[in-house]
Write a protein that binds this ligand. Structure first.
Ligand SMILES: Nc1ncnc2c1ncn2[C@@H]1O[C@H](COP(=O)(O)OP(=O)(O)O)[C@@H](O)[C@H]1O
Ligand SMILES: [Mg+2]
Length: 257
């Protein structure tokens, strides 16, 4: 894509000369370092497979109201992003520094929103990232088995391991099958071996995940991830449906009804 075009994330390049009357295609475009960095971040976000519906999910659009738990959650996530760096050449960085998050919670409580907010913030810091919904990932893996596929399974698995930060959304939502659990193990183990962080979201408890995916995968994930601040047990989608547009004003509002 020509850098002079508007990117899908909506940013237009700045014209060089202030006060220039007609900015036509021949106008000089000043590629300031800030603009270039933003442009490259936009491109990385485009390649990160974040679903269109979630492109607007950032820390800014995550409402906390006066709910102390949600505020703490956003602060924790922001601090993690601020401290995020990946220096795989530095052996002393092996271990804790590259821990991601295991985000547990009921359907609709905001897990994917916060995971995407973290991913976008890390990408804007200059890193690469990838979002994969688990059932989609398995369907993409299955598609590589077709003779018409231009991508091999090993090529796809390599692609998944490449980004600095990987989000595996809705782990445990996939069917339970041996081949699926084998692929999940491969994906998790590669990130584990290369000390690259993963953020996992799930509706299941750790015990249920273990039972479903197998101990070897979940045990690695537990070593690779920090637990995330617990979400309130509320389905934000239902609250919107019921016309409650500010459900996060207080912690106890629902209980008093
Ligand atoms: N605290 C919040 N502030 C703003 N929107 C929220 C909040 N929590 C959830 N949502 C919105 O509710 C919807 C469901 O959230 P989502 O993250 O998809 O839930 P989950 O992944 O936990 O099932 C999304 O549109 C999300 O942006
Ligand atoms: Mg989700």
């Amino acid at each position: 894509m020509n850098p002079a075009e508007k990117t899908s994330t909506g940013r237009k390049p700045k014209a060089a000369t202030q006060g220039e009357e007609a900015i036509g295609p021949e106008a000089v475009i000043e590629l300031t370092p800030e603009w270039q960095a933003e442009y490259l971040a936009d491109m990385r976000i485009e390649r990160a497979r974040i679903p269109r519906r979630f492109l607007g999910k950032t820390f800014e659009t995550f409402k906390t109201g006066r709910n102390a738990d949600l505020k703490a959650m956003v602060q924790h996530a922001k601090a993690w992003v601020e401290g995020f760096y990946l220096d795989l050449d530095d052996p002393k960085e092996e271990g804790n520094t590259h821990k991601g998050f295991l985000i547990e919670g009921v359907v609709g409580c905001g897990k994917t929103h916060i995971a995407v907010a973290i991913l976008q913030a890390v990408i804007r810091k200059g890193f690469s990232g990838l979002f994969y919904n688990m059932p989609d990932l398995l369907s993409d893996i299955r598609a590589t088995y077709s003779n018409e596929s231009s991508v091999s399974e090993s090529g796809l698995l390599e692609e998944i391991n490449r980004p600095d930060l990987l989000v595996l959304d809705d782990l445990g939502a996939e069917a339970t099958k041996d081949w699926i659990n084998d692929r999940l193990y491969l994906i998790v183990n590669r990130r584990y071996d290369s000390c690259k962080p993963v953020i996992v979201t799930t509706n299941l408890t750790v015990d249920d995940l273990s039972e479903k995916l197998g101990e070897r995968t979940v045990s690695r994930l537990l070593e690779m991830c920090l637990p995330f601040t617990p979400f309130p047990k509320r389905d934000y989608r239902r609250e919107i449906l019921h016309g409650d547009f500010e459900p996060w004003k207080t912690t106890d509002r629902k209980k008093t009804r």
